[in-house]
Design a protein around this ligand. Structure first.
Ligand code: NAD
Length: 295
């Protein structure tokens, strides 16, 4: 068996086309979805991520604005700017690019974002709502994985899902989202003893550990669906995931590549969440407009 590749760019194109349609409908009622991106300091990787987000927003017709602060800016100044953006009706999504400088209280800064504009889904209120299965803003990376499974019509209900990695931004929300879809979910992490005894049971294996070659073919059940979230830069400059791609693709039924798999979905779901927030705003302004019904 050779796995079918899940093309993240193709899924992203489909989601962005839908977002573009929504954006055009919103424009007809005078609402342009707006995203504010806060960046503190001059982390080179963060600058690239922010540039990608702005580009994706522009492609879909959103208005995005970057608020860049020097690394020495006091946390309360950044929080004050966030509060100003919370009150700005032209801004429907606010995100703080992580990591923040180590001396800054990141939790305080994230907590300053209005839960109604928290398009990354990291506000504690939205994390709680995710646990209850009713968040407005599913975190972008696991949301992207969910869309990839939907795109390929891969059933989740009743499936054994193993998530490798238990971070707040990928592993934990991924597990919650698939549990919400009635999968049987197991989460593994760095302290898990004998990882293979869990991964081999997976119908769907989602790997987000940040460890190249963590998942080898003998750890994967024949016919499993394997989603590789990991992004690792090797010493020779190559970008790889956490899965031994060439080996595992001989056993899996579906596999997502790195690059070109989950990566394009993360930024796309940020655009999606921002447009949805704008739709909700428009709906609240004009509750009788049927085309703008919030979903
Ligand atoms: P993290 O460092 O916050 O968390 C890593 C998790 O993996 C932890 O729970 C840790 O316990 C677990 N882990 C580490 N080594 C392990 C091992 N040997 N066996 C089992 N579990 C192990 O990382 P993160 O932010 O969740 O990101 C994980 C990976 O996903 C990274 O490579 C990151 O670059 C990538 N990532 C990709 C995207 C994307 O858009 N494709 C988005 C976010 C993160």
């Amino acid at each position: 068996m050779v796995a079918k590749m899940i093309d993240g760019h193709a899924v992203a194109r489909q989601v962005r086309a839908q977002c573009r349609e929504w954006t055009m409908t919103l424009a007809g009622s005078g609402v342009i979805p707006g995203l504010a991106v806060i960046i503190v300091g001059d982390n080179a990787a963060s600058r690239i991520y922010v540039a990608n987000k702005i580009k994706a927003c522009t492609e879909v017709g959103l208005k995005s604005t970057v608020y860049a602060f020097d690394a020495s800016t006091p946390g309360n100044v950044v929080e004050a700017e966030i509060r100003r953006l919370n009150d700005d009706p032209t801004v429907h999504g606010i995100l703080v690019q992580l990591p923040l400088p180590a001396r800054m209280d990141g939790r305080r800064v994230l907590a300053a974002i209005s839960r109604d504009k928290d398009v990354d889904g990291f506000h504690l209120y939205n994390v709680g709502a995710l646990v209850q299965g009713e968040t407005m803003f599913p975190p972008c990376t696991p949301f992207g994985v969910q869309k990839m499974l939907e795109y390929e019509n891969i059933p989740v209900e009743g499936q054994n899902v193993v998530v490798v990695g238990a971070s707040n931004i990928v592993g934990k929300p991924m597990a919650l989202m698939l549990m919400q879809k009635d999968a049987t979910v197991c989460i593994c992490h760095a302290k898990t003893r004998d990882l293979a005894q869990f991964t081999i049971l997976a119908d769907i294996l989602v790997v987000a550990a940040g460890r190249p070659n963590l998942i080898l073919p003998q750890m994967v059940r024949t016919g499993a669906v394997v989603i590789d979230v990991g992004i690792n830069r090797l010493p020779d400059g190559r970008l790889v995931g956490d899965v031994d791609f060439e080996g595992v693709r001989q056993k899996a039924s579906y596999i997502s590549p790195v690059p070109g798999g989950v990566g394009p979905m993360t930024v796309t779901m940020l655009v999606h969440n921002t447009v949805q927030s704008a739709r909700r705003y428009a709906e609240l302004q004009n509750p009788v407009h049927p085309e703008l019904a919030w979903c």
